[in-house]
Ligand binder design. Structure first.
Ligand SMILES: Cc1cc2nc3c(=O)[nH]c(=O)nc-3n(C[C@H](O)[C@H](O)[C@H](O)COP(=O)(O)OP(=O)(O)OC[C@H]3O[C@@H](n4cnc5c(N)ncnc54)[C@H](O)[C@@H]3O)c2cc1C
Length: 513
């Protein structure tokens, strides 16, 4: 029986697993009979951008059979310098990746990101990693992909998802070359123009792009003095523009595009010359481009993140202008929220609604990011009204509470999921603290839950296959006992075993045995 969308899968999603842990099966052809319809992969991920790579790694922590199919034959070459904000840096530390990232990144202060209003971060931000890491996007993508493949994920490049069909047992995914693969779940991490989202028929409402911006690297013929003078003049207008030496005679160019007719068509050097003449009165003699790209400022949010066995994450689920540098961060954080839940669903121990908490938790976070970028875009306008609001906000940011609120938003350390009534810490992530055994985040590398028990008399016994236990962890914790989910969020606080058991069941299903 086939339907496009199916209800919850049975809790015995793992029943017909017949593979050795870590083994990734070879390609299979389209199932000819019902007997052949048994899924060969647990999860196929469309797209090996930062979201897809991070999700693949998270799933491998739980021994899922993961295949990532990526449309492009080669990794991206265009160099967006992205900023990893505090929560993403914390996630890197939580998965043992920070040491890998640091040599490639420039550490910068965490402040000054909200609408580029130049205010330092308030003192005492609640994080052991209260800084920003500037890193080229291709580098962070490579590091995440390496992490995923080292953990056993398989990545196949030059393979675009072009279709799929889901039924009660799984999803048949069709690739551009006609190959068909069977999987239990499909996750679309295939970016803003997501094929998976479109095929699912999930709406992507919001505001279309109002402006297009060209970005690229090329050589420049004009003398440096002319460039410096023109750049200073144009920067006064607050337009998105720069012309910066990148090394080896190559310049990085960002300039508002003019007269874009077809957004699907890649930009040309002539488009850059035209745009530069429009803003600066000269094209600076640009030539010999290394790469050219264009981006818009559309703001859109997927109506839902899941339809049956198909889910969306990252830019496939939400897009917004790159103001404040949050898109990649948001996608990587989606992946860490989704990975353990999807693995639990496939393993068969996920409580009934666990997988749906992915959308319930992450969609409001994306809504908030979309809103803050809308606000920032207004504040960057050169019009007198927005400029007056900007001056006012700049004054307000001298109040610690305002500055702190905005920084916690941009850096995602202010997120509090709605886990019901309880202390303020409930639903928030716990910062990286010293514990007797070292650092807290070092204990989360395996992506398991963790019970931090200062009373020394509680137990997560029946769930020990999913949860680690730490007695008398640290004086830095000012509550008796904390249950952390694999994503580091506080799922329970208390000192009563019965209450703990109820919450363990709520998040981690029935105990083993
Ligand atoms: C100029 C600029 C600056 C930015 N700066 C920042 C910043 O400082 N900080 C920040 O956090 N974010 C920043 N962003 C946003 C960030 O680049 C994106 O949010 C991020 O790349 C999203 O990651 P993703 O993995 O979800 O999607 P993508 O990076 O778009 O990856 C999707 C992948 O899916 C592949 N794909 C597409 N279709 C298919 C298909 N049918 N089958 C298989 N594969 C497919 C694509 O080839 C691609 O590799 C910036 C964006 C721009 C444009």
């Amino acid at each position: 029986m086939r339907s496009q969308f199916t209800a919850e899968p049975s809790s015995s999603d793992m029943a017909d697993r017949d593979f050795t842990v870590g083994e990734v099966p070879a390609v299979v052809r389209a199932p000819a009979t019902d007997a052949d319809r048994a899924p060969v992969f647990d999860v196929i991920i469309a797209g090996c951008g930062p979201t897809g790579a991070m999700l693949a790694a998270e799933l491998r922590l739980h021994d899922m059979r993961v295949l990532v199919v990526e449309k492009e034959t080669e990794p991206k070459s265009f160099v967006r310098i992205v900023g990893l904000h505090i929560r993403s840096i914390e996630l890197m530390a939580m998965r043992g990746l920070l040491e890998r990232v640091l040599p490639h990144a420039r550490r910068r202060p965490a402040g000054g990101f909200f609408a580029a209003i130049d205010k330092p971060a308030p003192k005492g931000l609640d994080s052991a990693h209260a800084y920003l890491l500037g890193i080229p996007q291709p580098v962070i993508e490579r590091l995440l992909e390496e992490h995923a493949t080292e953990l056993g994920a398989q990545v196949r490049r030059g393979r675009a998802v072009t279709g799929f069909e889901q039924d009660d047992e799984g999803v048949t995914v069709e690739l551009a070359d006609g190959e068909r693969l069977r999987t239990r779940y499909l996750v679309g991490c295939d970016g803003a123009r997501s094929t998976v989202r479109k095929l699912l028929g999930v709406g992507f409402p919001g505001e279309p792009s109002r402006t297009e911006t060209l970005m690229g690297e090329m050589e420049v013929g004009a003398p440096q003095e002319e460039i410096t003078a023109k750049v200073a003049e144009i920067n006064e207008t607050r337009k998105p523009f720069w012309l910066r030496p990148f090394g080896g005679g190559v310049y990085s160019v960002v300039v508002p595009a003019v007269g874009v007719v077809d957004r699907a068509e890649p930009p040309t050097l002539e488009d850059f010359e035209h745009a530069l003449r429009a803003i600066a009165g000269t094209d600076f003699g640009v030539h010999s481009p290394r790469w050219l790209s264009r981006f818009g400022d559309a703001t859109r949010l997927a109506e839902r993140y899941r339809a049956g066995r198909v889910l969306l994450a990252g830019d496939a689920a939400h897009i917004h202008p790159p103001i404040g540098g949050q898109g990649l961060n948001l996608g990587v954080q989606d992946a860490v929220n989704l990975g353990w839940k999807l693995a639990a669903q496939i393993r068969g121990w996920a409580p009934g609604t666990l997988l749906d908490t992915y959308q319930a938790e992450r969609r409001p976070v994306a809504e908030d990011v979309l809103d803050n970028t809308r606000a920032q875009r207004e504040l960057l306008s050169a019009e007198p009204g927005p400029q007056a609001v900007r001056r006012l906000l700049s004054e307000l940011m001298d109040f610690d509470v305002v500055n702190r609120h905005l920084i916690e938003k941009i850096t995602a350390i202010g997120i509090r999921y709605d886990f019901g009534d309880g202390p303020d810490l409930l639903g928030r992530r716990l910062r990286d603290i010293d514990v007797k055994q070292g650092r807290l985040y070092d204990l989360l590398h395996r992506g398991r839950g963790l019970l931090l028990d200062r009373t020394g008399r509680l137990s997560a016994g029946g769930w020990s296959d999913r949860i680690d236990y730490l007695a008398d962890p640290t004086a830095a914790l000012d509550v008796p006992c904390v249950l952390l989910r694999p994503d580091g969020h506080v799922a329970w606080i208390g000192d009563d075993q019965q209450d703990l058991d109820a919450h363990l069941s709520h998040w981690f299903g029935t105990p083993a045995g």
